[in-house]
Design a protein around this ligand. Sequence first.
Ligand code: RP5
Length: 181
Amino acid sequence: LKSMLREEINEDQPAVLPTAAAPRVGIIMGSDSDLPVMKDAAKILREFNVPAEVRIVSAHRTPEMMFSYASSARERGIQVIIAGAGGAAHLPGMVAALTPLPVIGVPVRASTLDGLDSLLSIVQMPRGVPVATVAINNATNAGLLAVRLLGISDIDLQARMAQYQEDRRDEVLVKDDKLEK
Ligand code: RP5
C-alpha cells in the first residue's frame, strides 16, 4: 500500500504514510481500487502536516478487521476517520456505529450507476449514527473537513486552514485579473 500510494500521488514528496508521529486521522477504504480517489485525502493531510495512516479495511471482505480497526481507533489516538467505499458502501456507516469519532464518508464511483449507489449508501444513514458525507469521489473535501474538525481544538491548524482559504481566493483573483486584460 505504501508504494501504491506513492505511485498514485505521483509526486517527489513522500506520501502520507505511517510515521513516527502518531496518526491523528485514519484514511480507510474498502479496496485498493479506491486508492486513486482516496489519495486526494492523503495529499491534503500531508499539505497540512497532519499525521495520517492509510489502510484497506473492507466491511464485506474483512468484517473482523473492520470491527477491530473502528473499535480501537479512539484508544490509538485517531481523532477523525475518513472512510471511502463504492457500490453498496457500508464501510463508513459500520465504522461510525463502532466508534464515537467523527466519520467522513467518501462515496467512490464504482463501475455502475455513476456513484449514485455509493452516495446514497453513505449519505442515507438512519437517525442516530451520523456520517459526514462529501461529494462523489471528492476525497479532497474529506481531507479538508478533517483538518477543520481538528482545527476546533488546534488553533495553529485552524490558522493554516484560514490561510489555505485565502490562497484559494487569491488564485481566483489572479485568474479574474488575467481575464480582464
Ligand atoms: C467496495 O467495492 C470497494 O470500496 C470498491 O469501491 C468496490 C469495488 O471493489 P473491488 O472489486 O475493486 O475490489 O467494497
